[in-house]
Design a protein. Structure first.
Length: 273
């Protein structure tokens, strides 16, 4: 079984993160979503049917901020719910910026139950500073997190391990997670191609984490990383989120806006059909 079907939403981004991988791998895909909606619907449906028996979960993602294009999300989820209703585990990866209560309700209504919120730090003001969130966005990460929880979503913090983490030890970080952010899950993601902003202490923090005997291993995930229980939070250390290692089988199927399936983010040569 392949880990997930990654559905890429065509959208720009209001943020300007210095570690943005999407800007480094700026492969563009044409979409017929607006110009020939009927054909686009048929092509997407075909790929969703193919993926249905092969993947464990669906991740809604983007080369920008997916919730900017909420209508595309609604359309693609409508197709998934119609042709593959068994694919019920659907997550969305978002920066959270511009994610209003109304949009959260639309995501819930569409069938999405897990919100994976990307943060490059664990202090609110540093998140906004590092992501260079425009002031007019009025982004308040902790208020958003409370609203996500109230609405009944499972909240995952997808933590980009920037050099913000150089100044803290694992106990301080875990204390912020448990007492301030209170996610159901947290994944610590190693940054690639951004050496000037990536933390230098990723391996040290991971070693410290593993040495805390009260944290126990739960299961090995399809992406190849172990999931731990840490004071009631499901924690994953993901040091290969770009699938840089060679693997015999694809870890993802990626449904791009051109309605074709790929196995890699960084090359159109990975197209399946
Ligand atoms: S929020 Fe995501 S897409 Fe936008 S700049 Fe940051 S990393 Fe890139």
């Amino acid at each position: 079984m392949i880990g997930s079907l990654q559905v890429t939403i065509p959208a720009g981004c209001m943020n300007d993160c210095p570690f943005c991988v999407y800007r480094q791998h700026a492969t563009r895909f044409r979409t017929e979503w607006q110009s020939n909606h009927e054909r686009w619907t048929q092509e997407i449906a075909k790929r969703v049917r193919y993926a249905a028996s092969r993947v464990a979960a669906i991740m809604i993602t983007s080369h920008g901020e997916p919730t900017i294009n909420i209508n595309y999300i609604r359309d693609v989820m409508g197709i998934i719910n119609r042709v593959a209703p068994e694919m019920a585990h659907v997550e969305i990866q978002t920066s959270g910026v511009g994610l209003t209560e109304e949009k959260l309700d639309i995501l819930y209504e569409a069938g999405i139950r897990v919100i994976s919120l990307s943060v490059p730090a664990l202090h609110e003001e540093d998140i906004i500073r590092i992501m260079r969130v425009p002031a007019k966005a009025n982004y308040e990460p902790l208020n958003l997190v409370a609203m996500i929880r109230e609405k009944g979503f499972v909240l995952r913090l997808s933590i980009a391990m920037t050099n913000w983490f150089d100044d803290y030890n694992i106990d301080y970080i875990m204390d912020l997670l448990v007492n301030v952010w209170k996610p159901s899950q947290a994944s610590f993601k190693k940054l690639y191609g951004a050496d000037n902003i990536a933390t230098k202490v990723y391996d040290e923090l991971l070693t410290e984490f593993k040495s805390r005997t009260r944290y126990r291993k739960l299961e090995l995930l399809a992406l190849g990383a172990w999931k731990y229980d840490a004071d009631g939070i499901g924690v994953v250390w993901n040091d290969d989120c770009m699938v840089s290692e060679e693997t015999a089988d694809p870890r993802y199927l990626i449904l791009q806006p051109d309605a074709k399936l790929y196995t890699r983010w960084d090359t159109k040569g990975s197209v399946i059909f």
